[in-house]
Ligand binder design. Structure first.
Ligand code: TYD
Length: 207
């Protein structure tokens, strides 16, 4: 996967509990201050009224694995059509909390769905668009799980066993290794202040 030239499409990824949500709004604000222009902060699954309704189902309703992958891409198609593509077309930055790498990591790595099937959906839903940069929050699953244990009302993914997150993490690291120009890996063991310093450097490198 290569980024279309000139895209301002930045995604955040990582296993549940790695802390990306703590930094997203701060990153979007810093990007707007340092780089200027409009910044659209959005998320998957979700990002549109239809996507948010489907998010509630996909996170809580038991379902077949292929249904899960198809729903992730249905949410994504709507999100691209309604939010991401128009924003990029008017020159805005788009900062998205998870995108297709999450499907490769969770449905592919975590649940074992064939990569070829996910790749076919990717080629259908967004043949020409890839994130220009992906910030991957990496954390050992045992630490991520300790952090998640403090969370009440876990969803279907957060309730998975450690092995699942070991596979999700390996899938993310494999993707990062295959595309080092796109991925920036954040070691989520570090403190919030240290991580923000790294994110500041990342922002400085893109504008
Ligand atoms: P996220 O919004 O990061 O969770 P939270 O806000 O609760 O921290 O993501 C929700 C879950 O959806 C997460 O466990 C990963 C999962 N997911 C997939 O399995 N496949 C996908 O394609 C996407 C986008 C998310």
């Amino acid at each position: 996967m290569t980024a279309a030239p000139g895209t301002r499409f930045i995604t955040f990824e990582g296993v549940d509990g790695a802390g990306k949500s703590t930094h997203l709004e701060w990153f979007a604000t810093t990007l707007a201050e340092r780089c200027g222009g409009e910044v659209v902060l959005t998320r998957e699954p979700g990002g549109t009224p239809l996507g948010e309704a489907l998010r509630a189902l996909v996170l809580h309703q038991p379902m077949d694995l292929e249904t899960e992958a198809l729903l992730m891409f249905a949410v994504r198609r709507q999100h691209l059509a309604e939010v991401i593509e128009p924003a990029l077309a008017r020159g805005a930055w788009v900062v998205c909390d998870r995108f297709t790498d999450a499907t490769f990591a969770y449905q592919g790595g975590g649940r074992g769905l064939a990569t070829a099937k996910i790749e076919a959906l990717r080629a259908w839903v967004h043949p020409h668009l890839e994130p220009s940069m992906t910030v991957l929050f990496d954390l050992a699953p045992e630490i991520a799980q300790q952090r998640l244990d403090a969370t009440r009302d876990k969803d279907r993914f957060e309730s998975e066993a450690r092995d699942f997150f070991v596979r999700v993490r390996s899938a993310y690291l494999r993707m990062a290794g295959a595309e080092p120009h796109r991925f920036r890996i954040i070691d989520s063991v570090k403190s919030i202040a240290e991580i923000r310093k790294e994110l500041e450097k990342i922002v400085a490198s893109i504008c």
